[in-house]
Ligand binder design. Structure first.
Ligand code: TXA
Ligand code: MG
Length: 376
């Protein structure tokens, strides 16, 4: 299949592109489009046949349900069986924006969208191209992230083409995504709403509006001593967000990280197995590294942003993970973040990409010191 590419057009809408893209969607095709979070792979959310095409293009497991994208709150009535006062309050506060709500579904929502569940996930994206596309197609668009299943979500049109060129009908380029991490998913069918996936709408922000908010205990498996549980959003049990390179998460101060990385880079055995090494660091840690060992070669070093500005790091994370693969990196050392605010979303994605718990550097450095003392 030939994938049609509609380039980015200034600030206004490319009406011809919109007309073509919505026409393809109405005829049951699949088209990738930008949102404020990540690129989505859209299809007519009320057509079982069209929705099956999404699963096929992505290689997505059939038991992983999709999010329906709406052009406005009034379209909630199309797909949700029960819209409570609490849901309306959330919609007024956070839509359009990166908050997906899990609600009781109407019968007309195909089971292909919900993977057989009796709930449906919906959101209104905060992006003019997405809203125009949904509006012009005249139906909710089912859209997962437009990546090959398991790989980091796409935050540029180039990422989408890298993964899906030739497998989808078209892609609307809207430039890089503003947020770069997938939406927060909140299950509002429970008495106390439950966060199923953390995102840019933080737990703290939700609590301000709702009071008590719970978090799915299966979420932060690798961050807790009792290991991974099974998350309630079906999709989150699969391997996710993972580049080809092995990701090793390091948790500690900038100085501890600099110390640890320096030791590893001196270790010939380690390098033989892991080179080329990539480092995804904050500006603070990169500086600590340079200060202690100015002219040493640390491999492929990328600065994601400042420790004080986590949203910026979220914006760049997936692009940098993908770049590591393009550079042929075998092992990525990625800096860990505090699990507050957007940090919760960052750490959720990073622990999944890594597939294991972060290395606690304080403990690790102590252990190595002891070993050294013994050996001498
Ligand atoms: O920001 C986003 O949400 C992006 C953009 C394109 O909107 N979309 C996205 O979709 O991340 P996807 O398919 O990659 O992730 C959807 C997640 C999956 O983990 C899925 O299991 C969960 O939402 N989900 C969908 N319907 C659900 C439901 N009824 N109950 C619980 N979880 C659900
Ligand atoms: Mg996804």
């Amino acid at each position: 299949m030939k994938t049609k590419y509609w380039p980015e057009k200034g600030p206004g809408l490319d009406r011809e592109a919109m007309r073509e893209a919505s026409g393809i969607l109405r005829r049951g095709g699949v088209v990738a489009f930008p949102t404020e979070t990540v690129y989505g792979l859209g299809a007519d959310g009320l057509s079982p046949r069209a929705v099956r095409m999404i699963y096929e293009a992505k290689g997505r497991p059939a038991d992983n349900p999709l999010i329906l994208h709406l052009a406005g709150p009034e379209q909630l009535e199309w797909v949700a069986a029960d819209v409570s006062a609490r849901t309306r309050l959330l919609v007024r506060t956070f839509w359009p924006g990166p908050l997906t709500l899990v609600l009781p579904k109407k019968d007309r929502v195909p089971s292909e969208v919900t993977a057989g569940l009796d709930t449906v996930a919906v959101r209104m994206p905060d992006h003019p191209l997405a809203l125009a596309l949904i509006g012009q197609t005249g139906t909710p668009l089912a859209a997962p992230s437009a990546n090959r299943s398991g790989y980091p979500s796409p935050t540029t049109a180039a990422h989408v083409l890298h993964d899906l060129d030739g497998r989808i009908d078209g892609i609307l380029d809207g430039g890089p995504c503003r947020i770069g991490l997938e939406s927060t998913i909140l299950d509002v069918t429970r008495e106390v709403p439950v966060i199923l996936r953390p995102g840019a709408v933080t737990r703290e922000a939700l609590e301000q509006v709702l009071g008590a908010v719970a978090q799915d205990p299966g979420l932060d498996g690798y961050l807790r001593p009792d290991g991974p549980g099974t998350p309630r959003a079906p999709g989150l049990k699969y391997q996710h967000y993972a580049p080809e390179a092995r990701v090793c998460l390091l948790s500690g101060t900038s100085e501890e990280m600099a110390g640890y990385v320096r030791e590893r880079m001196r270790d010939a055995d380690f390098l033989r197995e892991n080179e080329p090494v990539g480092l995804l660091l904050t500006a603070e840690t990169e500086q600590a590294l340079r200060e202690t060992q100015g002219d040493m070669n640390f491999g492929y070093v990328r600065v994601l942003g400042s420790r004080g500005r986590l949203p910026e790091i979220g914006e760049r994370l997936y692009d940098e993970l993908r770049r590591c693969d393009l550079e042929g990196v075998r092992t990525v050392f990625a800096e860990a973040y505090p699990v507050q605010g957007v940090g919760a979303a960052l750490m959720n994605r990073l622990t999944k990409a890594s597939g294991q718990a972060p290395v606690e550097l304080k403990k690790e450095l102590k252990r190595e010191l002891k070993k050294e003392l013994k050996e001498n």
